[in-house]
Design a protein around this ligand. Structure first.
Ligand SMILES: [Zn+2]
Length: 241
């Protein structure tokens, strides 16, 4: 009797395992979410090995009009309406299209690809700060670009041109009812967040880009940044998202 029960239990267990296995196999790989697998691939498989060997830098420059952002404006500040980055531009409407975008320091490109839609071409670059500075690494996202000059997995220098300001393939073009060309950029205190939500009620893990720059400018830290922050009333006609 007991052996028959054991036999039955084993049989049922096998059926259950087979059912779970078939069900799992039948399911397609999880559909791509907002974070494409290529971005995760780079970060997961290479970042952990590469980050500790990155050049150390504590001398950052502005992504537009380096080194001080003279002639650049912040069209939408950090945390305004839940903004997890800053929007920068150099001219109203779409006139900033093609404005060169520069790497803010020596770093390593963890991803550079066209995500299309509202993100367009996006470059992620990892930077390593000196021992004792916090955070030890940051990842900067440069989004909605018109063009990209760097490839995933390559090293870049401070002030190197990496691409051009865009409107995410026309998403933000004035002709399409958008606010105009601008650079949406974010500074993350951890590597591998992927695209992220852009706007959120939580700022966990996101740093204020211009405040970060101001605190990590080497000798230039004694002088204020020259980028102008537009007030609410001044933003009309300037590219934001
Ligand atoms: Zn933005």
């Amino acid at each position: 009797m007991a052996s028959r029960v054991i036999y039955l239990v084993v049989l049922l267990a096998w059926i259950a395992l087979l059912w779970v296995g078939l069900d799992f196999a039948a399911k397609p790989k999880q559909a791509p979410s907002a974070i494409p697998t290529t971005q995760l691939d780079w970060v997961t498989f290479f970042a952990a090995d590469i980050l500790p060997s990155l050049p150390v830098t504590d001398e950052f420059v502005t992504p537009l009009r380096p080194p001080d952002g003279d002639g650049a404006v912040v069209t939408l500040p950090f945390l305004e309406e839940g903004h997890l980055g800053e929007d920068w531009s150099t001219a109203q409407g779409d006139a900033a299209l093609g404005e060169p975008v520069y790497s803010v320091a020596d770093g390593w490109v963890s991803a550079a690809q066209d995500f299309e839609n509202a993100w367009g071409k996006v470059i992620f670059i990892c930077y390593r700060l000196p021992e004792g500075r916090w955070p030890p690494f940051i990842e900067v996202m440069y989004a909605q670009l018109q063009s990209m000059d760097v490839a995933s997995g390559t090293f870049v220098k401070r002030g190197q041109k990496i691409g051009e300001v865009g409107n995410a393939g026309g998403t933000y073009a004035v002709a399409n009812g958008g606010m105009g060309a601008h650079l949406h950029w974010e500074v993350r205190q951890t590597v591998g967040k992927g695209l992220g939500p852009g706007f959120d009620t939580k700022r966990d893990g996101w740093l204020e880009p211009s405040a970060f720059l101001a605190a990590h400018r080497g000798e230039r830290s004694k002088q204020p940044l020259k980028v102008k922050v537009l007030g609410n009333a001044e933003r009309r006609g300037w590219g934001t998202d």
